[in-house]
Design a protein around this ligand. Sequence first.
Ligand SMILES: Nc1ncnc2c1ncn2[C@@H]1O[C@H](COP(=O)(O)OP(=O)(O)OP(=O)(O)O)[C@@H](O)[C@H]1O
Ligand SMILES: [Mg+2]
Length: 503
Amino acid sequence: MDSSDFIDQSLKGMSASYLGVLYNVSVILNSTLDLKKTLSYLTDVVKNLVNTERCVIDLKKECCGVKRETYNFSENYITDLSETILKKVYETGKTLKLIDAQNHSEFKNRKSVKRLGIRSVLAVPIKWKDEVLGVIYIDNRRIVNAFTEREQALLEAIANVASVAIRNSQKYSTLNQSLKDIKSILSKGFFYTDRFLVVSDKMKRVVDEIERIKDKDEINVLILGETGVGKEEVARAIHVKSKRRNKMFNSINCPNLKEELFESMMFGHKRGSYTGAIKDHDGKILEANGGTVFLDEIGDLSPSLQAKFLKVLETGEIEIIGASKPVKVDVRFISATNKDIEEMVERGEFREDLYYRLAGYIIEIPPLRERKEEIIPLANYFLNLYSHDRNIKGFTSKAREKLLSYDYPGNVRELRDVVKRAIVLSEGDFITENDIVFGRRKKRSKKTYFDENISLKELEKVHILQVLEKTNWSMAKTAEILGITRQTLRNKIKEYGLDKFRK
Ligand SMILES: Nc1ncnc2c1ncn2[C@@H]1O[C@H](COP(=O)(O)OP(=O)(O)OP(=O)(O)O)[C@@H](O)[C@H]1O
Ligand SMILES: [Mg+2]
């Protein structure tokens, strides 16, 4: 049975009962997940049930290449239709019924209404919660007051049933697209861990190195690379792939280490060892016993802390505050820096003995500009990761070109932030080149980046997001920097839906 037989049969005896009609309509509309078919079934249903000359089903956003389905419109149907009427329904979310458009104060002077001689119009929103997904539009160019109250009620009920079917079809197509994206990412590379994508030969070599040393516990690993290349991701990968994976991975940001708190933070203390020490406290190293401690930005460690770490590395012991004797620990140290640490050693700024202890094996991560084939797969991965329930299907080809044209001084992290920002800016199904905005370069003047295509509202959205990220989502600090109250900030976060970018 082809679709028109199916529809004809299902609609037979429709006048029998209103509920029966709606039941049959829902069966028809829910018989497919293909959006194009859903819309075509919907036009069939409308033209069968309502006495109309012509019919249009319009969708707010193009989805899977479908924006409109029409019945009885000329080839060039767009010029046959009053876009003003559709726009009004999208804006108000309410049914618009015109008894005689030629004499309607708001519409009679509209070019399309005049030119087409449109008389009766019934345009009903297809709504999902508060969002207008689309509009069912019917008109008659000869008869005044062509549509009855009953037909309006019926069309509104059909629109209700249609919204579920359209929403399901859209969701299905988005999921299908995400699946295709993931497949295409995987056809070019692989996820070495659940969050570490590897595509280029250069990064495959890094993975080979990780495989070689992951269980060579006696060798400490030093990871080198520019800012944002993925040093921490590599350190985590070493941990996750090693036998230590079931114990802790503790990441320590060396520039944040305070001299006076070092012992307490790293080694911990015993209860009663000083006023306020009401119970035993494990330091970062003991917490990660059996696991891994990651010393991030090791190049920023002060000389006295360098000496303290050296002692731990040499003895394999820590001195817990208030304990009678040192405690042996089994911890693997992985460190990382974006500084030229060998030069620092030569200049006497970093202890040579510590350097040799830490750099048992060096892994160097190449900058993103030297592995450009990873830009698009990583961008797709970040798009999937951060676009949540937005129906964004991918990047337009111009957007891809723009992504590839840049050299990313901030490497993968910068690409991630560019994609996050593009998601905030984008309004359609695809990220366009206008949504891709690169941050300022280090050497540029301090405050602005310029793109003439961005509206003030979009700029505000992005700026608030950037300040929130800079302050680690501190409401107080962000509000202070932006010069607004915390309440205003909370309202804006809500208005722009920024919460979903919080990590
Ligand atoms: N290959 C990758 N696959 C997926 N995500 C990645 C990859 N490389 C980096 N990232 C992501 O990019 C961001 C920056 O990575 P990471 O923090 O590891 O960089 P880093 O070299 O430690 O930077 P910094 O020098 O600034 O500390 C993180 O969000 C990380 O998850
Ligand atoms: Mg890091």
